[in-house]
Design a protein around this ligand. Structure first.
Ligand SMILES: CC(C)(C)S(=O)(=O)N[C@@H](Cc1ccccc1)C(=O)N[C@@H](Cc1c[nH]c[nH+]1)C(=O)N[C@@H](CC1CCCCC1)C(O)(O)C(F)(F)C(=O)NCCN1CCOCC1
Length: 327
């Protein structure tokens, strides 16, 4: 029951990656998110004003749909967006991986950011089920439901830079997708995230600075959010860079040459190419940086700007761990 699904960038800046997911034959484009644990979809139960432009799941058309009466969900994300609704179970298929009895959370309300993000028909959470928001009983993620039917209890992310489709694989580690060896690091699941301790950083050809960085591997976050020491060291090497409070982050002249950012994972030095750190045009001839401060978040976030430079293994075995390799 192993599977592989394409992850397509939603826009020219790789702001998010969307994957086709079939729920009892109805196919929607979902954002696979290792930073949350709810599988929720736009639905025919939304007010029509909130439905516009999205593909909707219609439970009344599903022969395998079983409503969970009295069950509800309500989630708020780091960027302040949110959604809520009711719950049922159905057959959910991702590439070749099909599971029955999967909790599918039907949106009856979504925040404005979701309404305007018309390419996104919902989220498929891949964090730990301990942070699923369904009450009165938390539900399993797709990965947890599928795990026992996979060749091995893993999924991998091979996201790509700019306009290229990547893949999420379930159950196998495809050795043609990476080079060299895989470096594994332990994961602390206490907060429900794929959370680990990074070993430090280097900017461009500069020397490596050893420092413990408490970080999560989060496919649902676009950028890299790291401690101020890292951000300051990085943009010191970018002429014309400065913190622009009106943009809410560091910007620099779009013509700037950006140094690579190396992030330590144990003894492995993961290199993020400088050009990945030019996220998007900001205003005028300034561009918005893909490396920003984690202040106020509580931990660092190694988001898509980082993850797309690596081949990443999310190992859900009894001792969960993360694997990283160059590609
Ligand atoms: C809009 C943007 C300038 C491109 S962005 O850089 O902000 N990108 C957004 C994602 C996005 C892309 C495209 C269109 C719209 C939204 C982004 O990076 N959002 C992060 C920002 C952040 C995180 N932390 C601080 N700030 C986020 O909330 N990511 C969550 C998933 C997002 C939510 C909006 C829609 C797209 C997917 C997330 O799940 O990855 C999360 F981990 F950050 C998060 O909020 N997880 C929720 C964890 N809770 C814990 C308690 O139990 C319930 C679950």
């Amino acid at each position: 029951n192993d599977g592989s699904v394409t992850a397509s960038p939603e826009d020219a800046y790789d702001s998010e990656y969307l994957c086709p997911v079939s729920i009892d034959g109805q196919t929607l484009a979902l954002d696979f998110d290792t930073g949350s644990a709810d599988l929720w979809v736009f639905s025919t139960s939304l007010p029509s004003s909130e439905q516009k432009g999205h593909t909707l799941f219609d439970p009344s058309k599903s022969t395998n749909w079983k409503a969970l009466s009295g069950y509800k969900w309500n989630i708020t994300y780091g960027d302040g967006s949110g959604a809520s609704g009711t719950v049922g179970t159905d057959v959910v298929t991702v590439g070749g991986t099909s599971v029955s009895g999967q909790a599918v959370e039907i949106a009856t309300k979504v925040s404005s950011a979701f309404v305007s993000d018309t390419a996104n028909d919902g989220l498929l959470g891949l964090a730990f089920s301990s942070i699923n928001t369904v009450t009165p009983k938390a539900q399993h993620t797709f990965f947890d439901t599928a795990k026992s039917s996979l060749s091995s209890p893993v999924f991998t992310a091979d996201l790509k830079h700019r306009q290229l489709p990547g893949t999420y694989d379930f159950g196998t580690i495809d050795s043609s997708k990476y080079t060299g060896t895989i470096t594994y690091i332990d994961v602390d699941t206490a907060n429900g995230f794929w959370e680990f301790t990074g070993s430090g950083y280097a900017v461009g050809s500069g020397s490596f600075v050893s420092s413990s960085i408490d970080a999560i591997a989060d496919t649902g976050t676009t950028l890299i959010y790291v401690p101020d020491a890292v951000v300051t060291a990085y943009y010191k090497q970018v002429s014309g860079a400065s913190y622009d409070s009106s943009q809410g982050g560091y910007t620099f002249p779009c013509s700037a040459t950006l140094p690579n950012l190396t992030l330590g994972i144990g003894s492995y030095h993961a290199v993020v190419p400088g050009q990945y750190i030019n996220y998007s045009p900001a205003s005028g001839s300034k561009c918005f940086g893909g490396v920003q401060s984690d202040s106020g978040i509580g931990f660092s976030i190694y988001g898509d700007v980082f993850l797309k430079s690596q081949f990443v293994i999310f190992d859900g075995s009894s001792t969960p761990r993360l694997g990283f390799a160059a590609k």
